[in-house]
Design a protein around this ligand. Structure first.
Ligand SMILES: [Zn+2]
Length: 424
């Protein structure tokens, strides 16, 4: 199973990012029905009239802003070295991937990715009001006052707590040499030697050894996203760091993003680990190459702003092995997926999330059934049940996002060359 867009027939054209014209309607399905006869038109006219009345009624209501009590607890932790432990056996796979072999994207490779120490104490205090409520009780009263969830979720002082790494260390798990680690990250041998002076390139390293794979250069160092996510590049890319709430499942050389986006993703996943310490961590899939550009099999992932994450999964008998998996009503944890979406939006840094329409339907139905999300917010969150591409929601459909969701971070105000269709 591929972690991303494996069957994307439109692979060579940026689908979401580039211009609106590039947003391929054909691929997004749901063509409008053929013209209706007169009777049908009468019905449409009546429906439009009714819609007008409803719209008029809605405009009257002021959007209510709710303040949620969930506290975001700051991380005071682990020094400046962040472990990035990956199984060295994947070195071969990385080399194969270099030859353009999309097979190497298979997240189901035998890799076991070690989690770095979690010294957060795994406090559950941040679970917040109702974060863990997964009731099958009777439907609550539906509140459909239109309101933008971003108003409810913003202002959590997230940006202050995003800690930008100035050093990323790779922890040797089974063995191997520094040369092999350089290959995993696709950095030059002289570069890894400069980062780890005095260590012989060929020497066999014992498990647990830390090798520096990235260190922030001097003051004039710039890390920025350039161009569209489907057509751009990355300057000053940094590899993703390990930590709580995640299992890194990408080839290390596909784990790069801007310093800022690495910090944001790290912060989000730390929060995830804190809020749901009993849950399985999220799988983190492909991001970008060190310098961005084309990253097979993706149409995007080119400018250090994209990351693939696993859906929060329910454990289904016979599917205990934790991996990328096609989601449906049996194994999608809809409540937790909503929690993840809220966490992403709370960061204030997420531009959009790609989720297949059929899973959006499950999220929609869950929200209506449980009242987990106010009905009035759904139109801002989900494209479903509207036609894909017809509205600019936080969650959008794109084919191939049944076994993972895709997060795109915003352009930063300082990134003058970063392009986004949501920015122009
Ligand atoms: Zn993706």
């Amino acid at each position: 199973m591929e972690p991303d867009e494996p069957i994307d027939p439109n692979e060579d054209s940026p689908v979401i990012d580039a211009d609106d014209e590039e947003f391929d309607d054909e691929e997004l399905g749901d063509e409008p029905p053929p013209r209706s006869p007169w009777v049908g038109r009468g019905l449409i006219a009546a429906a439009l009239g009714l819609w007008g009345v409803v719209a008029w009624l809605r405009v009257g209501g002021e959007p209510r802003v709710q303040v949620r009590a969930a506290a975001l607890v700051d991380d005071d932790d682990d020094g400046d070295v962040v472990d990035h432990a990956v199984d060295e056996r994947r070195a071969d796979a990385a080399d194969r991937a270099d030859e353009g072999d999309a097979q190497a994207d298979d997240g189901s490779a035998e890799a076991e990715v070690a989690l770095a120490d979690d010294d957060d104490g795994a406090e559950a205090e941040a679970a917040g009001a109702g974060a863990d409520s997964r009731s099958d009780e009777a439907p609550r009263v539906v509140d459909d006052t239109p309101r933008d969830p971003r108003e409810r979720l913003e202002g959590k002082s997230w940006t202050e707590s995003f800690k930008e790494p100035d050093k990323v260390a790779y922890k040797v798990k089974r063995g191997g040499s520094m040369k092999m680690i350089a290959n995993l990250y696709k950095i030059f041998h002289h570069e890894i030697q400069a980062l780890n002076p005095g260590v012989d390139l060929e020497r066999e390293l014992s498990p647990g050894t830390q090798v520096v794979v990235w260190r922030r250069p001097g003051d004039d160092f710039v890390s920025e996203s350039v161009g569209y996510a489907g057509d751009g590049s990355l300057v000053g890319g940094v590899p993703m760091v390990d930590g709580p709430g995640r299992i890194l499942r990408m080839e290390p050389w596909k784990s790069y993003a801007t310093v800022h986006n690495i910090a944001v993703l790290d912060g989000i996943l730390r929060q995830w680990g804190k809020r749901f310490p009993e849950d399985r961590p999220l799988l983190v899939g492909n991001m970008s190459a060190a310098k961005g550009g084309r990253l097979k099999p993706h149409s995007t992932h080119r400018s250090g702003r994209d990351v693939d994450l696993s859906y929060p999964q329910k454990i289904v008998p016979g599917e205990e092995e934790y991996n990328w998996r096609e989601m449906d009503e049996r194994n999608l944890d809809a409540d937790r997926t909503w929690a993840l979406l809220e966490l992403l939006v709370e960061s204030g840094e997420v531009e959009l999330v790609l989720i297949d329409s059929k899973l959006q339907k499950l999220l929609y139905d869950h929200a209506i059934k449980t009242g987990r999300v106010a009905k009035g917010e759904l139109g801002f969150w989900l494209e479903y049940p509207r036609r894909p591409g017809s509205v600019e929601t936080i969650v959008r459909h794109h084919p191939g996002h049944v076994d993972h969701l895709h997060v795109r971070f915003k352009c930063q105000p300082s990134e003058g060359r970063c392009k986004s269709r949501d920015r122009e």
